[in-house]
Design a protein around this ligand. Structure first.
Ligand code: S3P
Length: 439
């Protein structure tokens, strides 16, 4: 398989129906929580991407039995902190911040030192954002290089509930502390800036004692250690973050229509839909239903040729956090100047995405004004690219690859996009679905 993708032609008009693979956040959370349950849990439509495989591999190394079948995955949990492993264990979170940060929460009682490593991209990301609160539970951490992987964790035999303020709007930080709370005596109280709430919904479904009160900006969680977690089966819905690339492909294509079946539309994840609708996109949610606290629907998208700029409300930032790259592409084709502010967290992702978003738009001939935490995009509704654009050295960030592919298919020019295998992190069937839509 060639390592780069070459695109020379824009996508032609299409009218298709697709499904995307399972939600990554829910897949990783299912793996980790099933490892803490007692007995056999099953999941259907589990995302089989490298991030989730790394989660399965990690719990296997911690002594949990995992079986991957053709249509489902089985995990035999041994209860909370029921891990059995030898000394000098090394866990590899590979590219996954979610796995690296959440699994540390589950290890606050580990009796032996465990080393956590990751790939080049993950080893550039900050881990103090979770090790600081986890230290308050009693866990001990050692870094070789300040706040970066590899690190070692040594748990504490007596873990007590803490008070924690999560002020970044990071679901990874919130969930890491929530997972630690499963081991803690007393109450863990969290005041968290709004972020995705899959962990809360799963805790509720699993009858883990959790009380939640909400204000406009913050959620307040009170969690008590459960006696046990019962094994549970779960059918993972489609990932809105993967759908996002096809939503934008359709919006920017000519006279096209797409139906994406069975997508998780948890309101803490649907910022992209609100933002794109404000910009004039035609998106319809059909066949809405509930599943274990999560909302699911089909998404119908039609091409739009009258897109307008947006001054993006900051309260939508956390619910669109993984979609900004692809939203920037829509802004590049919209009439007027779009403005996104308080988005410095984007530079904390698999690659510095705020910088990459700006750089790619500039390569396309679109003017941007970039600061540390904001971007202005000067939209060009009639943008036509005629040159060669090469995308490389982007730390194999899956979302940079997929955004570039959609740009190439909708804006023209000749594109060489390196590191095709980056999609395996979150969406291995991305190019296969592109080909289905193209034919
Ligand atoms: C995730 C939370 C987000 C998101 C990541 C997945 C999760 O990160 O960017 O892709 O599953 O909790 P932050 O919580 O750090 O913003």
């Amino acid at each position: 398989m060639s390592k780069f993708l070459l695109i020379k032609k824009k996508i032609l008009k299409f009218n298709k129906r697709i499904s995307v693979s399972g939600d990554k956040s829910l897949s990783i959370r299912w793996v980790l929580l099933a490892s803490q349950a007692i007995g056999k849990s099953k999941s259907y439509n589990l995302l089989m991407s490298e991030d989730v495989l790394a989660a399965l591999e990690s719990i296997k190394k911690l002594g949990i039995k995992v079986k991957v079948h053709k249509n489902y995955c089985e995990i035999h949990g041994n209860g909370i902190n029921g891990f059995k492993y030898k000394k000098n264990l090394i866990l590899n979170a590979k590219n996954s911040g979610t796995l690296g940060r959440l699994i540390l929460g589950m290890l606050v009682k580990s009796p032996h030192k465990i080393k956590l490593i990751g790939d080049k991209s993950l080893s550039k990301r900050d881990f103090s954002r979770v090790t600081i609160p986890l230290e308050k539970f009693g866990a001990n951490f050692n870094y070789k290089k300040k706040n970066r992987l590899p690190l070692t964790i040594l748990g504490s035999p007596s873990v007590k509930g803490i008070k924690y303020l999560e002020s970044k709007g990071s679901a990874q930080c919130k969930s890491s502390v929530m997972f630690a709370a499963l081991n803690a005596s007393g109450t863990t109280s969290i005041k968290a800036k709004k972020s995705r709430n899959h962990s809360e919904l799963l805790f509720k479904y699993l009858k883990i004692p959790i009380r939640i009160t909400k204000t406009k900006k913050y959620d307040f969680l009170n969690i008590k250690r459960p006696k046990k977690i019962k094994a549970f089966n779960y059918k993972i819905p489609g990932d809105i973050s993967s759908s996002a690339f096809f939503i934008v492909l359709t919006i920017l294509a000519n006279n096209s229509k797409l139906l994406i079946k069975n997508v998780n539309i948890n309101p803490s994840r649907t910022g992209i839909i609100i933002i794109l609708k404000k910009m004039g996109a035609k998106i319809l949610l059909k066949n809405k239903r509930n599943y274990r606290g999560e909302k699911i629907s089909d998404i119908l998208i039609k091409s739009s040729n009258k897109l307008k700029s947006i001054n993006c409300p900051t309260e939508l930032n956390s619910s669109a956090i993984d979609e900004f790259l692809i939203i920037f592409l829509v802004a590049a084709k919209a009439k007027g100047i779009s403005y996104f502010k308080d988005v410095s967290e984007l530079n904390q992702k698999e690659s510095p995405r705020l910088n990459w978003g700006s750089k790619i738009l500039n390569m396309m001939g679109v003017k941007t004004e970039l600061t540390k935490d904001s971007i202005r995009i000067y939209g060009q509704p009639n943008l036509k690219i005629k040159k060669l654009i090469t995308i490389k050295n982007y730390l194999k960030d899956h979302r940079v690859f997929m955004m570039s592919t959609i740009a190439a298919l909708t804006c023209g020019g000749k594109w060489i996009i390196h590191d095709k295998d980056s999609i395996n992190t979150s969406f291995p069937s991305f190019l296969k679905i592109i080909n289905e839509i193209r034919n």
